[in-house]
Each structure stands twice: as structure tokens, then as C-alpha cells.
Write a protein that binds this ligand. Structure first.
Ligand code: MN
Length: 271
């Protein structure tokens, strides 16, 4: 993207401006959102940011270890999500695609010892401060590592259904009811052009939001806590569903481990 060359001062000014407008809810009405997206693709969000500390805590057990990142083992069998997600897809997705992201981020950091002491959430949260030579790799492969770590942890056998407790209440408050939320996230993931993810996130005002983001852009780059996300890269579904993303999305809902998502919600909101 052409704005990679913007100086840090310009970046921070753009971000501060965008956040300021966002807080006053002028973003949409003044068309600032579009302008900000053109000039500052990373880290600028229409939503309030969470603190880096709470975001790091949220994913500390998953992928947030510093330097020498490792592929987390799948927390269930490769065939555990059958018939919704097939064993061959899970093997390829976890053992090859995710492993490649881990390898790439480790290679990128090999010549940056100072960055090796920082965890993946920290690196992504401060993406605009990363050395330009490896910024894109951190964004793509670091984001890929974190996103997939969350993905595996929030699916499971005997998944699906609906959350209970505080998360259920929050979803009803934010979206009206669970089915409306389900439609919103499905629509966001369906409409994501090309590769990307649909997400349920918690913002810095502790509001639930449904978003979609391209490629491996991690919500944490915008200061958002990813609670659950659905991978809509073709590698996530093409073997079984071919081009039928809608069928894959309908099946994915049957894999969601709401207990895991609820724990993430409780942790993100500081409960
Ligand atoms: Mn993937």
C-alpha cells in the first residue's frame, strides 16, 4: 500500500484525528472513515481501543508467547469437527497453512533480537511502529498465527447451539437476539471479498461488534479483542465445500465452542 512510507508523526496525527472523530460519532456523517481508511490502513478503527495489557492477557495462553513462536497443537482430533469441517481440511489448514505463518514470523524476526522479546499481540498492537522491512510479514504471518490460534481454540466437537450467561445477555443487548447476531456475522463473513475473516469483537467501550477484515488483519491491530472468528479463506473450506462459502459458514456455526468464547468474553471485559 502506498501509505507505508508515511512518517510516524503523520501516522499518529491521522490516527488521533480518526479516533477523535470516531469518539464524537462524526466518522460516518463526515465521510472521515473512508478518508482514514485510504491514508491509514492499519490500526485505525471506528471503535475504541482496548488496553494492550488486557489484550495480551486474553491470548497469553494461545499464541502470545514472545519470540520463537510455535504451532499450538490442535486441541482435538483432526476429525473431531466432522461432518462440518472435514479431516483433510483440518490437517492441511493446521499442519501446513498455520505452520507456514509460524515459520514466516519466526524467520522475519530472526534479525531483530529486540523484537523477539515481545509477544505476538504486542507486535500486532504496535504494527505501525514495526520496522518497515518486516511490517507486512508481522501483519500477515503474525496475524495469521494469532487468528488461527483463536480459531482452533473456539471450535470443538459437539459445538454449536448458543452461549449462556453473560455473553448471551451481551449478545441480546447488542444485537437484539442470538439469531440476529448470527445473521450479522454470517453476512459480514459472506460479504468479505476474497480472503479474510468475520469476527465478533469487544471494543474499548466493552461493546460487542461484528466486523470483517481482509487477509490476516488481526482485530488486535485496532485494539479490539477477538472473541470468535470465522476464517473465510478458500483454504478453510474449498476441499469440502468448493466455492460454496455460504454452506461452509452454515456448517461452521455447528463447531463453535461457546464455553471457550464465553471465557474469552469474560476475560476481555475483565470479569
Ligand atoms: Mn486459514
Amino acid at each position: 500500500m502506498k501509505n507505508q512510507n508515511a512518517t510516524p508523526r503523520v501516522w499518529s496525527t491521522i490516527q488521533a484525528t480518526a479516533r477523535s472523530f470516531s469518539r464524537r460519532r462524526f466518522l460516518g456523517s463526515l465521510g472521515i472513515g473512508g478518508a482514514a481508511a485510504l491514508f491509514a490502513p492499519w490500526g485505525v478503527s471506528a471503535f475504541a481501543r482496548m488496553s494492550p495489557r488486557s489484550l495480551a492477557t486474553l491470548d497469553a495462553a494461545l499464541a502470545a508467547q514472545a519470540g520463537g513462536f510455535t504451532l499450538p497443537p490442535l486441541p482435538y482430533d483432526y476429525n473431531a469437527l466432522e461432518p462440518h469441517i472435514d479431516e483433510a481440511t483440518m490437517r492441511l489448514h493446521h499442519d501446513k497453512h498455520h505452520a507456514t505463518y509460524v515459520g514466516n514470523i519466526n524467520t522475519a524476526l530472526a534479525n531483530y533480537p529486540a523484537l523477539q522479546g515481545r509477544d505476538i499481540v504486542d507486535l500486532l498492537y504496535h504494527i505501525n511502529d514495526m520496522p518497515e522491512a518486516i511490517r507486512t510479514t508481522i501483519r500477515n504471518s503474525g496475524g495469521g498465527h494469532l487468528n488461527h490460534s483463536i480459531f482452533w481454540a473456539t471450535m470443538g466437537p459437539k459445538g454449536g447451539g448458543q452461549p449462556v450467561g453473560a455473553l448471551a445477555t451481551a449478545i441480546n443487548t447488542a444485537f437484539g437476539d442470538f439469531n440476529t447476531f448470527k445473521q450479522r456475522l454470517t453476512a459480514a463473513a459472506t460479504a468479505q471479498f476474497g480472503s479474510g475473516w468475520g469476527w465478533l469483537v469487544l471494543d474499548g467501550n466493552k461493546q460487542l461488534q461484528v466486523i470483517s477484515r481482509p487477509n490476516q488483519d488481526a482485530p488486535v491491530m485496532e485494539g479490539l479483542a477477538a472473541l470468535v472468528g470465522v476464517d473465510v479463506w478458500e483454504h478453510a473450506y474449498y476441499l469440502k465445500y468448493n466455492n460454496r462459502r455460504a454452506d461452509y459458514l452454515a456448517a461452521w456455526w455447528n463447531t463453535v465452542n461457546w464455553e471457550s468464547v464465553s471465557k474469552r468474553y469474560d476475560q476481555a471485559r475483565g470479569a
